[in-house]
Design a protein around this ligand. Sequence first.
Ligand SMILES: Cc1cc2nc3c(=O)[nH]c(=O)nc-3n(C[C@H](O)[C@H](O)[C@H](O)COP(=O)(O)OP(=O)(O)OC[C@H]3O[C@@H](n4cnc5c(N)ncnc54)[C@H](O)[C@@H]3O)c2cc1C
Length: 384
Amino acid sequence: MKVDHAERGIFNDSHDQFRDQVRRFYEREIEPNVAAWEAAGIFDRDLFRKAASAGILCPGMPEEYGGGGGDLLHMAVCYEEHGYSPAGASIDSGLDTDASAYLILNGGTEEQKREWIPRFASGEVVGEGLFTEPHSGSDMAAMRTTAEPDGDGYVINGSKAWITNANHLDLCLLVARIKNGAPRPHFAVFLIDGDAPGVTKGKPFRTSHAGCGNLGELFFDNVRVGPERLLGGRGEGGIGQAARTLNLTRVLYAARSVAACELALSMALDFTKGREAFGAPLFKLPTVKAKLAEVRMRIDVARAFVDKCLVQANAGTLSAERSSMAKLWATEMEVDVADICAHLHGAMGLSLDHPISRIVTASRAHRYAMGVSEMQRETIMRSL
Ligand SMILES: Cc1cc2nc3c(=O)[nH]c(=O)nc-3n(C[C@H](O)[C@H](O)[C@H](O)COP(=O)(O)OP(=O)(O)OC[C@H]3O[C@@H](n4cnc5c(N)ncnc54)[C@H](O)[C@@H]3O)c2cc1C
């Protein structure tokens, strides 16, 4: 599908060239394979190495850490092309693991950055932030996973659920409650190898989505880590950086959702223009056309705000409440738009063989990932 990105006025030539690179990667390496991965319930781990060879992992990371030397808008391009690809909904958050690399870039010690970021960029390491637990998602204070001080290191016990790429994880950026008897809970981020003694991975969850994105759980049983595995070394353990990195990621999610809406709209336009009913294309029916016009308007209005947030995020000036507004607005819009566009496909909108059905289920997941809509409202409310 064709979108005029130049008209948005936020990208330069380097972003445009990079967009072609990412799009070609989706067309060559993901779209032809996604049906087989869906049947297997998981996409190939090798995809990360291929993406690294194509130069599309960590595009916004500094070159000195093995990244592409670009900026946050290069990363936004990756998220958008994910949204534009008909296979994007199926692979869930798929290759969008750079947020965890950003966590290390923003909160890690120099040694941690040098050790881990080049390995993210080369596809050698798949990492993810592990916050959610079987008993707690939004309510972080209810987190049960603990890190008990032991000598100069820690012993970790607990479990995490609904983790992106769970079965592919080489590095867990695990958030745990420090067990130190303090009255106020104190959380920290630990860097734990996915194959460390005491770490086990569950089977990918079976979801209504039926994609190949590999959301799953991990268990931590007396996992010993040294002090060098506390993000940022001694101190707060990077938890403040984790929150700030989530703000960046939320606006990238918003950009992906706007792109997915564009894709859903283009599918609905193609379908309604090609299908005849009552002697003419469905598209000619005023009630159908009015729905499509409404969707067009909502996407364009949302895009203007999300683009403004992307520019602010790139400049380091995006506030938490704006990031939450972008994420809340775009993901809720995606649920509505996906539903309207799937509806216009008639029964075909239910078929797992048509990508529009996956856009519907993925849109629901996007309301939860990176914090549910109600939590975004709470962030906005705090700013009033
Ligand atoms: C595709 C996908 C990828 C994900 N990847 C990861 C990952 O890599 N790492 C990770 O740690 N987690 C991940 N998650 C989990 C995600 O972060 C959680 O689903 C999310 O934080 C919500 O937690 P929960 O599902 O436990 O729902 P809960 O927090 O239990 O919320 C259930 C419902 O309660 C309501 N609710 C919650 N809070 C409030 C509130 N403050 N006010 C009013 N109502 C409220 C909402 O309706 C909400 O939907 C992912 C989820 C998805 C869908």
